[in-house]
Write a protein that binds this ligand. Structure first.
Ligand code: SAH
Length: 574
C-alpha cells in the first residue's frame, strides 16, 4: 500500500491525482494532522508520498527512524513532493524501500522531475543491492570505495552473470582492498577489510522425507548441513524431491519459510541418476534408490554433489529426513533487445533495464551509437559493421556461454528480420535467454500513416540477398490473393530496384490500382522522418529507399482525411 499524506489544499489535489494515476486500490490517502497521519501511515504502508517540504518530513520522520524496530531493510520508502509539484524527491529507502522507483513513477504521474540522490543510481553504477542477489556485509563501505574510484577486488565474478562494473573493480586489485565476493558460501568473517558478499541463488537442496516428517526436523537438517559445509542459506535456489512427496506438509512449510520453490521429479527419472549413496529404503517406499541425491543433481543440472546424503538425527527415534546439496553451474544470460525504430522515447523501459543489466553489448555499430549513453560505465562493447550477421550472432552466444550477461541489440524488434533467430539457432540449453520486444518498423510506420493495419496484415521482406526471389514472389502472390494488407521491409536499394515495382504489380492484379492506398514511411521517428500516403497507381519508387517501409492496403482500405485507414470490418461500420 502507498500512503499519501498532504497538508494543504494543493497537496490534497495532487494526492487525489496521484491516487488516480497509481490506482486507487494501491493507495490510501491520509488526512488528519500530518504528524499523526505520517506516524500511522509509516506503520501501515510499504511506501509513502508526502506532499510536504523535505524539512518538515525529515522532522516528522526522525523519531520514527530512531525508534526501536526501525530498520533500513523494512522501513517504508518515502518520497516528498513540493507544493508546486515540480519535484518528487526520494527521501529515504531509495533502494530497498523502493523510493527511487516510486519517485520516478510519481514524477511521471504529476509531470514533475524525480530527484534521486543515492550515489550509485545518480552516477549510473550498478548499486550492489539492486542486482537481485541477496547482499550481506559492509555494503556502505564497499559502495563508497566503488564510487570513489578506489581499487575494489571482485572475487567469483565467473559465478554469476553480473552487469558491468567500472574499471576500478577487478579481480586483481590488491589483497586488502574492499572486496566484493560473489558466491554461495557463508561470508568469510574477515574483520580486516570491508567485504560485501553477493549470494548467488545456486544451491539446490535435495530432500527425502518419510510420511509426516516434521518441518522442524527438515529445517534443522538443512541448516546444519549447510553450516557444516560453509554454505549460505540465502543461496538456496530451490528444494527438490520426488513426486510422491510433493504434498508432504513439513517439506512445503520449510520451502515457504525459505521463500523457494520445490522442484518435483518422477521416481523413474530419479532412479536413472547415478548417485554415490543409493539405498533400498526409498526404493521400496517410492520406487527410486535415491531421492535427496538424485533430485539435487537433477534440479541443479550438476554431475556431482557438494554434500552427499545426510540423515537427520532426532532424539529418541528414527530419522525421517535426508538431504543432499548440489550447485547449479553458472549460466550466462543473453538478452535480445529491440531498440525501437530510432526515437529515444520509443526505447522501452525494459530494454533500458536490460542494457544496464549487461556487461557486454553486441550489435551493429550504428545501433550501439544510438544507445551509448544508456550503458553503464565499464560495459564491454562488441560492435561490428553491416553484414557479418552470423558472426555477430555467434559471438553473442559464445560470450554468453562464458557465463557473461550479454545484450544483443537490434533496431525495431530484434526478432523481426534481425538477430534473434541467427543467435538462437546457435544457442544451446546451456544459457538463459531473455527477449525484450521492440516497436518494429511496420508498427511505427502504421502509427504515422493512420490505421493501415486495422485488419489482417503481413510483412514481407523484398531483400533477395538471402531468400530466392521465387520464394518472395510466391508469398507476395499469396498475400495478393488473400487480400492481406502488406508491409514491405527492405523494399528498395540502389542495387535492388526492380523488386518493389514487380511486387506492387502483383498486388495490383488483385486490387484497384487507382484507389488502393499505399503508405511510404522513411526513417520513422528519426530526425529525417518523412511519410506520404499515395496509391498503387501513383507510387513513385524513387521515394523509397532502404530506410523505408511501404504499406499497401487491402481492397477495403481507404484514404480518409489524408490518413490511411483499413476498416476493422465491423458490420456497424458498413
Ligand atoms: N528489426 C527491424 C527490421 C530490420 S530490417 C524492425 O523490427 O524494424 C531493415 C528494414 O527495416 C529497413 O530496410 C526498413 O525497411 C525497415 N526499417 C527499420 N527501421 C525503420 C525506420 N525507422 N523507418 C522506416 N523503416 C525502417
Amino acid at each position: 500500500m502507498i500512503g499519501l499524506i498532504a497538508a494543504t489544499a494543493a497537496g490534497r489535489r495532487a494526492a487525489v491525482q496521484l491516487a488516480d494515476a497509481l490506482g486507487a486500490d494501491a493507495c490510501r490517502v491520509y488526512d488528519a494532522p500530518v504528524g499523526e497521519a505520517l506516524r500511522t501511515a509509516f506503520g501501515e504502508c510499504e511506501q509513502l508520498v508526502c506532499f510536504l517540504a523535505t524539512g518538515a518530513t525529515v522532522r516528522l520522520l526522525a523519531p520514527l527512524l530512531a525508534a526501536e524496530g526501525s530498520d533500513k531493510h523494512t522501513d517504508p520508502g518515502v518520497v516528498c513532493v513540493d507544493e508546486a509539484r515540480r519535484f518528487a524527491v526520494a527521501l529515504i529507502g531509495g533502494h530497498e524501500g523502493g523510493a527511487n522507483a516510486l519517485a520516478a513513477r510519481v514524477a511521471a504521474a504529476l509531470d514533475a522531475q524525480a530527484v534521486i540522490t543515492t550515489a550509485t543510481d545518480a552516477t549510473g553504477l550498478a548499486g550492489l543491492d539492486t542486482l537481485g542477489l541477496s547482499v550481506t556485509g559492509d555494503l556502505a563501505a564497499v559502495s563508497r570505495a566503488l564510487l570513489d574510484g578506489e581499487p575494489v577486488r571482485l572475487v567469483g565474478a565467473e559465478r554469476h552473470p553480473l552487469p558491468a562494473f567500472p574499471a576500478n573493480v577487478s579481480a586483481d586489485a590488491p589483497a586488502g582492498a574492499p572486496t566484493i565476493v560473489v558466491g554461495d558460501e557463508l561470508p568469510a568473517d574477515d574483520g580486516e577489510f570491508a567485504t560485501v558478499q553477493l549470494q548467488t541463488p545456486s544451491l539446490v537442496v535435495g530432500v527425502g522425507a518419510s510420511k509426516g516428517a516434521p518441518a522442524e526436523e527438515i529445517r534443522t537438517l538443512i541448516r546444519e548441513t549447510l553450516a557444516e559445509a560453509g554454505l549460505s542459506e540465502r543461496s538456496i535456489a530451490c528444494l527438490a524431491t520426488v513426486t510422491a512427496k510433493a504434498d508432504e506438509s513439513g517439506l512445503l512449510t520449510v520451502a515457504q519459510e525459505l521463500g523457494v520453490p520445490v522442484e518435483i521429479f518422477e521416481a523413474d527419472t530419479l532412479a536413472a541418476v547415478d548417485v554415490p549413496n543409493p539405498s533400498t529404503a526409498p526404493l521400496q517406499a517410492v520406487g527410486t534408490p535415491s531421492v535427496a541425491e538424485a533430485a539435487a543433481l537433477l534440479a541443479a543440472g550438476a554431475n556431482e554433489l557438494l554434500v552427499p546424503k545426510r540423515k537427520s538425527t532426532p532424539e529418541g527415534r528414527a530419522a525421517m529426513a535426508t538431504v543432499a546439496i548440489a550447485r547449479k553451474p553458472a549460466r550466462g544470460r543473453l538478452a535480445i533487445v529491440g531498440l525501437g525504430p530510432g526515437a529515444r522515447d520509443l526505447v522501452t523501459d525494459r530494454a533500458r533495464a536490460e542494457l544496464r543489466r549487461a556487461s557486454v553489448i553486441v550489435g551493429l555499430d550504428q545501433y550501439v551509437d544510438q544507445i551509448r549513453d544508456l550503458l553503464r560505465p565499464g560495459v564491454r562493447i562488441e560492435a561490428t559493421g553491416l553484414g557479418a550477421e552470423e558472426e555477430r550472432a555467434r559471438s553473442a552466444v559464445r560470450l554468453t556461454q562464458q557465463g557473461l550477461a550479454v545484450a544483443l541489440i537490434g533496431s525495431g524488434d530484434a526478432g523481426v528480420y534481425a538477430m534473434a533467430s541467427p543467435a538462437l539457432a546457435e544457442a544451446g540449453d546451456d544459457i538463459d535467454v531473455v527477449g525484450v520486444p521492440g516497436v518494429t518498423a511496420a508498427l511505427a510506420a502504421a502509427a504515422l500513416l493512420g490505421a493501415p493495419l486495422g485488419h489482417d496484415h503481413v510483412s514481407i521482406s523484398l531483400s533477395d540477398l538471402h531468400t530466392p526471389w521465387e520464394v518472395i514472389e510466391r508469398r507476395v502472390r499469396a498475400a495478393a490473393e488473400a487480400d492481406l494488407v502488406v508491409t514491405f521491409y527492405n523494399p528498395r536499394s540502389r542495387a535492388r530496384d526492380w523488386q518493389l515495382p514487380k511486387a506492387l504489380a502483383i498486388l495490383a492484379e488483385h486490387r484497384e490500382a487507382a484507389t488502393t492506398p499505399v503508405g511510404i514511411a522513411r526513417s520513422v521517428s528519426r530526425p529525417d522522418q518523412w511519410h506520404s500516403v499515395t496509391t498503387l497507381a501513383a507510387l513513385d519508387p524513387t521515394d523509397v529507399d532502404m530506410f523505408t517501409v511501404v504499406t499497401v492496403g487491402n481492397t477495403a482500405s481507404r484514404q480518409i482525411a489524408g490518413r490511411f485507414v483499413t476498416p476493422r470490418g465491423y458490420r456497424w461500420q458498413g
